[in-house]
Design a binder for this molecule. Structure first.
Ligand code: 4NP
Length: 166
């Protein structure tokens, strides 16, 4: 598989059409910018399967584009095999974390599950990435602000802990 020998990160939200495909694009851009494309495999998936095969929500794509992110992911559902394949599984809110920990087959797999909110630094009022689906434009901008902050901190942590270099 393409992800062999790469450090692999799976971003997970509820529908895989707003938050997690945006997180995937933000993280991929940061990895590319640092010249680490060969060292990482970044993907996203949803807890639910309502939008399987769909592009990200139009509103998310419209808000992401001016920041330089083209969202081309096709929605998919989290699979049991993801817990074997990925090094790290990052949930967007407490509900995602509960669902992911429940799905994990072993303690080792449970330990792969981390909370995106733990990497938010610049927005102390947020301990999670809120679902923008029923929100207006501000909700989508907020998601992108939180993701840009959290991805930078998360990437630094991964690089440091796994001694990843070009
Ligand atoms: P996401 O937003 O979890 O950030 O992709 C949602 C998108 C769709 C639904 C829920 C959340 N939905 O219930 O269809």
């Amino acid at each position: 598989m393409e992800m062999d020998k790469k450090y692999s990160v799976l971003f997970v939200c509820l529908g895989n059409i707003c938050r997690s495909p945006a997180a995937q694009a933000v993280m991929q851009a940061m990895v590319d910018e640092r010249g680490l494309s060969d060292r990482f495999y970044i993907d996203s998936a949803g807890i639910g399967g309502w939008h399987i095969g769909d592009l990200p929500d139009k509103r998310m794509r419209v808000h992401a584009r001016p920041r330089g992110y083209e969202l081309t992911h096709r929605a998919r559902k989290v699979q049991a095999v993801d817990f074997e394949d990925f090094d790290l599984i990052v949930g967007m809110d407490a509900g995602n974390i509960d669902d992911l920990r429940y799905m994990a087959a072993t303690i080792e797999q449970q330990d792969k599950v981390v909370m995106m909110g733990d990497y938010i630094r610049q927005y102390p009022n947020y301990d999670h990435v809120p679902d923008p689906y029923y929100e207006g434009s501000e909700g989508f901008e907020l998601v992108l602000d939180l993701l840009e902050d959290a991805c930078d901190n998360l990437l630094n942590r991964i690089i440091e802990q796994n001694k990843i270099s070009k």
